[in-house]
Design a protein around this ligand. Structure first.
Ligand code: ADP
Length: 398
């Protein structure tokens, strides 16, 4: 266990948590706690997690930084480092100390105790090159990014059952975040990392740079946060089967920043596209989709619903047979590895395109949220307003 500069006792750290993901769900301890409530649904419990402690001693007292770059992000390099006491390999991400970074760290920490989320092990506030920085020490995800792993498989076919397992793991993380009132808003392939390259590897979600706390206020405006994960679940699932360039097909380049099912009005954008959707032409082109099960296609159709009220909630996603009975999903070989290899050069462009689509979506939804809060006559909101004795949603919010 690490100690801070004052020799004070530390809270238990996530690094001591068991490897088994199922044992790691903190709701388990809540369920057995005195007020866990025998009849309470596990999924409705708010997990308990320790308060985030920020250490102020130099990070290099406890860790040796290596020159090994694990990855590059918008905030710069993520570096490998080692715990001087235990020798454990870890990852270091450095952020300038701003309110936005503090929010990222706080929300990531909160999520860090759940299944399929990269763990924060410890956090430092140090001055680096004259600037106050936050140094996040995370578990080292040695397996790398999701698609790189699939790409690296060579001849070994990637199957529909594996795709289902991956989607279930991502859904499990998202469902947990929802329970913790966290909307990740950036669930994209680059933020899905494997613990190791071994067969028992675990896929985990990281990068909470765009995460937002969902308060009672914005959760009233559901499905405000569903588009983000619906979009990416759809996209990732699509990438498993067909050429990544074709994933963009439902979003022609110019409109890519504004996917049809996420427009402000909930309207599909072009009549031509509407026609193609109706005729089922654009969703599942052959031959890639020929052998894919009807359940998988049905799930995708659900994720693509244009009407927000029909859009899938995360629990509906988790209860879909293609997700919750993944052992029954046929092990049909998919074209994923070949497709990812063939499209290797396009991949960076596609990632950029999708990243900007997501950014547009975030801005758009934040605006919708603000507008709706002021003008909505939602009965629950009205009740809250009355209770607060004000005609506007005064404090809080975003
Ligand atoms: P940013 O917020 O600056 O975009 P990310 O958190 O997305 O940074 O990290 C950038 C990249 O660094 C990731 O895409 C991944 O390749 C690598 N990376 C991030 N966290 C880890 C980790 N815990 N272990 C190994 N590699 C990581």
């Amino acid at each position: 266990m690490l100690h801070n500069g004052n020799g004070q006792e530390e809270k238990p750290e996530p690094e001591t948590k068991p490897e088994d993901e199922t044992e790691k769900d903190p709701t388990r301890s809540s369920a057995s706690s005195p007020d866990g409530g025998g009849q309470t649904e596990l999924s409705s419990l708010v997990p308990v997690y320790p308060k985030l402690e920020i250490k102020r001693n130099s990070m290099t007292d406890d860790f040796k930084i290596s020159s090994q770059v694990l990855g590059l992000g918008i905030n710069g390099r993520v570096l490998e480092c080692r715990n001087k006491k235990t020798g454990e390999k870890c990852a270091l991400k450095v952020l300038y100390d701003t309110p936005k970074s503090r929010r990222e760290v706080e929300l990531h920490w909160r999520a860090s105790w759940g299944p399929h989320v990269v763990r924060i092990l410890t956090l430092y506030e140090n001055v680096y090159r004259g600037k106050k920085c936050l140094l996040i020490i995370m578990e080292c995800m040695e397996g790398g990014e999701l698609f790189s792993q699939i790409q690296a498989r060579g001849d070994q076919a990637f199957t529909e059952r594996e795709a289902s397992n991956i989607m279930r793991d991502i859904g499990t993380a998202i469902e947990y975040l929802h329970r913790m009132n966290v909307a990740h808003r950036d669930v994209k392939p680059e933020n899905l990392l494997y613990t190791t390259k071994e067969t028992n590897r675990v896929l985990k979600l990281t990068d909470f740079g765009f995460a937002k706390e969902t308060t009672l206020q914005n959760s009233l405006l559901t499905p405000c946060y569903t588009p983000y994960y619906c979009f990416w679940l759809y996209y990732i699932l699509h990438c498993f089967v067909q050429k990544v360039t074709l994933c963009l097909y439902p979003f022609p380049p110019r409109l890519c920043g504004f996917p049809p099912f996420y427009s402000n009005t909930g309207q599909a954008i072009s009549p031509g596209m509407k026609r193609r959707i109706r005729m089922g032409q654009y969703e599942f082109p052959n031959p890639e989709w020929d052998d894919v099960s009807e359940e998988a296609k049905q799930l995708i159709r659900q994720l693509l619903k244009t009407d927000p009220s029909e859009r899938m909630t995360i629990s509906q996603f988790m209860n879909h047979p293609w997700i919750n009975q993944s052992m029954a999903v046929p092990p049909t070989p998919l074209h994923t590895t070949r497709v990812l290899m063939e499209d290797r050069e396009m991949w960076d462009d596609v990632k950029d395109e999708m990243t900007s689509a997501l950014a547009t979506m975030r801005v758009d939804y934040d605006q919708v949220k603000i507008k709706d809060l002021d003008t909505s006559s939602n009965p629950l909101l009205n009740k809250r307003r009355k209770r607060a004795g004000t005609s506007k949603g005064g404090g809080g919010g975003g």
